[in-house]
Ligand binder design. Structure first.
Ligand SMILES: [Zn+2]
Length: 512
């Protein structure tokens, strides 16, 4: 298993504030990045913003401002939400960054051009002046643009095309080979393979400045702007100094395991155009190179949309319930790769049942009872306890490595369930002396393991649990360099742990 992981999310389009879909993707990538760091692997985690293109250009025009002013206003909204969410990114890349992003993009374009993979062609199509874009016959009603009531004009323009169609067989091999470019979960790969069966078309890679001006100019040519592909996809490479900083590129691209976390709607571009670009430009497609795909989020079973008035603002949820409640809900409730639903009712139920009652109350009951007996702690052990800990951690690690993130967090909460049942059954409040102390210490040790299991998912809560338990490593758990030592995963393995800490409420009640 490689020791060095480069993990990225999609870069977000900042023409409106971030929504729950953005948040799901960043939390998913963050959980994976944290798990790898906790397992002692080197990690570079990148997020960012895709700031060029016609929509930004048009939104800015409507507001009577420059596109640059619009993105300077909106990009901080994304950073703010990700910082609040404890997204542990190392790099935030922006496609308007002329020092960091543009040189790699220009170099990649030139490499594609030099290899003969770009060809200038005349593109003919129907153009709506009101929309300022090409439309297809499907977009029209009675031959007119439904938004502008006008018939589109027949326009032809010069575009650079990327010769994707000829890469079809190579791509099929890459996507089906065991050590190739892997799409996870596997069921998401079928959609992309079906596209290959239909046959690929060459892709427009540039536009005349008259149709798109807000973007990176095509090098060595007047009057053409790069279209989204070569600009946006290339962020993954510019963030690690592609073509510009050979040492950094070698460390985090050529010699790293690369994982792109993206939504299902852009899987095809990442699985087809991006590897073909890399190959054509003579760059390695590092094996294994993986795409981790997530689904969409609905609101009470319906698509979130402004017109339906059912858009859930992630900031509001965090303010009301706390950051970790949101992180917990997204990871526990939505199986990786599937669409999921966000409902306030369900959120409330889960918050009360799982976080407040099962986790929070159990910790509190255990700690309050131990303190009544005195603060000292001796963890009793048995071969059975030792075996259970080994098996539990092994299952957890396998599940995390397979990106079955929802199963991993459910496993941790299943342990909490089992402990709750065990606590009520054992009735420690009816016991005395050594028997009572031993039983309570056993619960405390189980909760120490629970906190470590939950650390990638709800880091601050996991740290607070450990602090209340009085575990000696608790104050270091939120550091990026913190790793879970092998002995801490064993029963009674934290030898320096002698006394418990101060109990307090983990999750406060929330008025709906
Ligand atoms: Zn129109």
């Amino acid at each position: 298993m490689p020791k060095r992981h480069y993990i990225t999310t999609a870069i977000d389009y900042p023409n409106a504030p971030p929504h729950m879909g953005h948040v799901l993707e960043k939390v998913l990538a963050d959980v994976v990045a944290r798990w790898w760091r906790l397992s002692g692997r080197e990690v570079r985690f990148q997020v960012g913003t895709d700031e060029h293109g016609l929509k930004i250009q048009q939104t800015a025009k409507r507001e009577g401002i420059e596109p640059s002013t619009l993105v300077e206003r909106n990009v901080p909204l994304f950073k703010d939400v990700y910082d609040r969410l404890d997204i542990s990114y190392d790099v935030f890349i922006r496609t308007t960054d002329r020092k960091r992003h543009w040189p790699t993009v220009v170099a990649l374009w030139k490499a594609l051009r030099a290899s003969g993979a770009l060809e200038k062609r005349t593109y003919k199509g129907l153009y709506c002046v009101g929309c300022e874009k090409f439309v297809t016959k499907k977009d029209l009603v009675d031959g007119k643009c439904p938004d502008h009531g006008a018939a589109p004009q027949e326009v032809s323009e010069e575009n650079w095309f990327f010769l994707l169609a000829r890469e079809q067989d190579w791509l099929r091999d890459l996507l089906t080979r065991e050590d190739g470019y892997r799409i996870e979960p596997a069921f998401r790969a079928n959609e992309t393979l079906a596209l290959l069966d239909q046959g690929l078309e060459d892709v427009s890679f540039s536009r005349p400045v008259s149709s798109l001006s807000w973007g990176i100019p095509v090098p060595d040519e007047e009057g053409q702007t790069m279209y989204v592909w070569c600009d946006a996809l290339t962020n993954y490479l510019s963030g690690v100094g592609g073509f510009v900083d050979s040492a950094l590129q070698k460390q985090w691209w050529d010699d790293a395991e690369v994982t792109h976390v993206i939504g299902k709607d852009i899987a095809r571009f990442h699985a087809l155009i991006w590897p073909a670009m890399l190959k054509t430009a003579g760059l390695p497609v590092p094996p294994p190179h993986r795409l981790l795909i997530h689904g969409f989020i609905t609101s009470d079973g319906q698509k979130m949309s402004k017109s339906l008035g059912n858009v859930v603002d992630p900031k509001e949820v965090m303010e009301q319930y706390g950051v970790d409640a949101l992180r917990f809900f997204l990871m526990y409730e939505i199986p990786v790769g599937n669409d999921g639903d966000f409902s306030r009712k369900r959120f409330d139920e889960m918050y009360d049942a799982k976080l407040r009652n099962q986790l929070g109350n159990l910790l509190n009951r255990v700690l309050v009872m131990i303190r009544k007996e005195g603060e000292d702690l001796t963890i009793p052990g048995s071969a059975e306890d030792a075996q259970r800990a080994v098996e539990g951690w092994s299952t957890f690690a396998t599940t995390m490595e397979r990106f079955e993130i929802h199963h991993a967090i459910q496993q941790a909460f299943h342990l909490v369930d089992v402990l709750n049942v065990g606590f009520d059954r054992a009735k420690p409040w009816t016991m005395k002396g050594e028997e009572k102390a031993a039983l309570l210490a056993r619960f405390a040790e189980s909760l120490r393991h629970v906190a470590l299991l939950l650390l990638p998912f709800i880091p601050k809560t996991a740290q607070q649990i450990s602090e209340q338990l009085g575990v000696p490593y608790a104050d270091r758990m939120l550091e990026k360099t913190f790793t879970i030592r092998p002995e801490w995963k064993t029963w009674g393995g934290c030898k320096e742990w002698k006394r418990i800490g101060e109990p307090s409420i983990l999750f406060a009640p929330v008025e709906a």
